[in-house]
Design a protein around this ligand. Sequence first.
Ligand code: COA
Length: 335
Amino acid sequence: MHVRPLLQTTDEQFASALAVQQRAEQAYDPQVPPITAEELRLLGAHDRSNANRHERFVVLDADETSAVCHLEFELDEANAHLASTEIFGAADDPDAGRAGLATMLDLVEEDGRTSVLGWGPQLPAESAFWEGLGAELRYRERISVLDVAAVDADLMASWIDQRNERAADVQLVRFINRCPDEHLDAWTASRSAMSDAPMEGLDINDTVYDSADIREDEASLVALGYRMMYLLALTPDGAPVGHTTVRVNTHRPGASDQWDTVVLADHRRRGVGRWLKAEMWRWLRETEPDVTRLGTGNAQSNDPMLAINVAMGYVPLCVFGAWQADVTTYRQALA
Ligand SMILES: CC(C)(COP(=O)(O)OP(=O)(O)OC[C@H]1O[C@@H](n2cnc3c(N)ncnc32)[C@H](O)[C@@H]1OP(=O)(O)O)[C@@H](O)C(=O)NCCC(=O)NCCS
């Protein structure tokens, strides 16, 4: 077995990598449209989302791909100890998963990092893979899906109207792909507030973005072929209140997601979170008829966000886990 960067594969190797990734995604979400070759190629070439560094590799057995590895380096100083990975195909072929991990650990150590987080569906084979390497399950995320057309329009109208009771002075700004310069400071602060989402037992620190990070993230998502719909809530003097995001996956609209939703601590319990979600739903219905289904992920312990999502109609699909261990623990297990 050998490991090679995704974009240095032959056509045949790339085609089998695509099949591995499709199978792995459909194992936990049978309804999701399969990832396309173009989307996977773009991910290999342009992924700088979260303002992080991303690398993608394949594990080859002769000319056949057995696993696809994604390695993400957290770039903010507070998380200089950390790297994250997902290994598509490790559940079906643990030896290939281990070979991919060994290569990724070399890069992690070269970069002076000490801790590695493995991310994937909490299915028996995935759990056995990470726990067999000595990693601990430190975080659980409920993945849910929404049938966009089935959402109760009257309920959404009531959430929009109710904001007048507790948040009548708050304004919403809509933008696609890029925040206007005039709101960039508020947008950057709201994006950094996402660190308030529960991280359960993970050894991970709050990420604080600056405006250059945000511009890099925005540009990367556009280069990947995603249309990003952003709703930013502001006070009358332009200070941040919160935001929500939808990633329209233009390669396969049925794999679009609701991403960040946050309300800054001083503004919570005023109905803004519910209002943001309802306005985003309305905007989607007006402009994105192909987005019939939205996925989202929430920490299992995130009662406030789950309360809103369940009321809106999100239905649980599966649970993802994040397993974490030091590099030395993985090395010992691989030896
Ligand atoms: C989740 C979050 C966005 C909710 O925003 P919010 O503006 O405070 O929520 P709302 O005021 O619209 O609350 C709507 C309803 O949700 C429920 N809810 C909200 N916060 C709650 C809490 N802390 N505990 C229990 N229920 C809660 C209530 O039913 C509430 O209705 P009510 O106030 O009329 O009783 C906010 O708590 C937050 O930013 N959390 C940190 C970031 C985060 O976790 N984001 C999600 C990541 S996936």
